[in-house]
Design a protein around this ligand. Structure first.
Ligand SMILES: *Cc1c(COP(=O)(O)O)cnc(C)c1O
Length: 453
């Protein structure tokens, strides 16, 4: 379970010692004077650290001779294009990636965004179709739906920061075709109830695991449980080639549709042979082919994926376990804490004002603290609220239903509340034990001071 001390918390709750409201009102107080030893740095006390401790992008910290060797081989081969030769690094990466995740097919593409656009084409999302997505995620999920001509319909997130399974059913209409489930900031979404809903209504499930590569849900890698999965290898993801992405699926038709879409409608060797000529007719498509240089780096990075994830998990667990006894502490929810990659540790601070004060105080202690990052509350984004597209005749928003559908803050009050009241620390796979102790020390110091205030 997520809370090691659930029973203790429940026990204290029943005694009336703890409770959400009580914690909030105490946190809401000012920044009172502390005993000099524990005086907060923000009030002129001694900071826990002299210089700011901050996580860095994960993948490049693990670049070594393996990436170098793979890249040199591409240079020396003088074959930087994935087709027309036998030793494609992209193909080797695709096979290794699919095997690692335990999925039949993986396709390398140029980015997570183009992987999403490809997945929309594979799922045949088009004008008149509705796709449900979480109100808090990255732009690309929304944009891929609109670029396909479909209508994005937002659902709220819950305290896992992922789509709330209980807010999906009310968003389904006869036009709904798919649900995009995002596994954000390293935490898997609660897929089981979502898959049940999808089955009940005959909907497709697209898993966006861009921020959770290496994460698992009930023992299986996220991205492989829905109809199709996409991820990114951009700098801020678990492993990286700077830019890059992948589409993964167990469905041969979705794979062939993706393959053709990503490469001008064609099916080239060796996929031509592997799919025995294929069964899908070519259709209007793109070029999202991955470069051999990208494939080379990713082939080497994949070998480091489990190391990165296990270090993150270990470091995140250390922080969680050493703040678990703080009175009233409530952490971000995770439907599978063992499968969570440990990207961050987030605490519920009750409301935005307290959260922001908590972040400022932690930064003053030398710990880079942040609110939920890497995504946007999309319905409140100006261009989304305005339903702006590349052309005024764009099909997404021309129906009566689309005209009536309101974006903006009123469509996601719960999401806005949740995203604004959590604050925490991004974990680095190479944080030392001293770093982790400083994080714990700073969180405890600030949290307790704010409670007393
Ligand atoms: C990064 C990201 C994407 C887009 O990936 P790019 O490679 O940057 O295009 C899509 N979805 C989520 C959730 C992401 O975090």
């Amino acid at each position: 379970m997520f809370f090691q001390n659930t029973n203790r918390r429940d026990f204290l709750m029943t005694l009336g010692i703890l409770g959400g409201a009580a914690v909030s009102s105490r946190l809401a107080g000012g920044e009172a004077t502390q005993p000099s030893s524990e005086r907060l740095a923000i009030e002129g006390g001694e900071p826990v650290r002299k210089s700011l401790l901050s996580a860095r992008p994960y993948g490049p910290q693990f670049y070594d001779d393996r990436e170098k060797q793979e890249l040199i081989e591409v240079l020396e081969s003088r074959q930087p294009f994935r087709w027309w030769h036998e030793k494609s690094k992209v193909l080797q990466f695709e096979k290794a990636y699919a095997a690692h995740l335990g999925v039949k097919y993986a396709l390398g593409v140029t980015s997570g965004t183009t992987a999403l656009v490809t997945a929309m084409a594979a799922l045949e999302v088009g004008p008149g179709d509705e796709v449900i997505l979480p109100a808090w995620t990255w732009y690309a999920d929304y944009d891929a739906i609109v670029l396909a001509g479909g209508l994005p319909v937002f659902a709220e997130v819950d305290e896992s920061f992922n789509i709330d399974p209980t807010d999906i059913e009310s968003k389904i209409t006869p036009q709904t075709k798919a649900i995009i489930v995002c596994h954000l900031q390293g935490t898997p979404a609660d897929l089981e109830p979502i898959m049940d809903i999808a089955k009940k209504y005959g909907l497709r499930v697209l898993e966006d695991f861009a921020q959770c590569v290496g994460g698992k849900y009930k023992g299986r890698y996220v991205g492989t449980l829905g109809d199709i999965g996409i991820n990114s290898f951009q700098l801020s993801k678990t492993i990286t080639s700077g830019e890059g992405g992948a589409v993964v699926t167990n469905d041969v038709v979705l794979f062939e549709r993706s393959l053709r879409f990503h490469d001008v409608g064609s099916l080239r060797s060796p996929y031509q042979e592997m799919l025995k000529g294929g069964i899908v007719a070519p259709y209007a498509s793109c070029n999202f082919r991955m470069s051999e240089f990208t494939g080379a780096v990713l082939k080497a990075q994949l070998e480091k994926l489990e190391t990165i994830c296990s270090r993150l998990r270990q470091n995140a667990r250390f922080v969680r376990e050493n703040i678990a006894d703080l009175p009233g502490i409530k952490l971000r929810k995770s439907p599978d804490i063992e499968g969570d990659i440990g990207y961050a540790v987030y605490i519920d601070l009750g409301n935005r004002q307290n959260r922001d004060r908590f972040l400022r105080a932690l930064r003053a202690e030398g710990i880079a603290a942040v609110g939920p990052v890497g995504s946007v509350i999309l319905p409140t984004d100006r261009r989304i609220e305005a339903k702006a597209t590349v052309h005024r005749e764009w099909p997404s928003f021309r129906t009566k239903r689309a005209g009536e559908l309101r974006y903006g803050a009123e469509c996601c009050p719960k999401t806005i509340d949740i995203i604004n009241r959590f604050g925490g620390v991004i974990i680095d796979p190479n944080f030392t034990e001293d770093d982790l102790k400083d994080i714990v020390k700073a969180i405890r110091k600030v949290y307790l001071a704010m409670r007393q205030a």
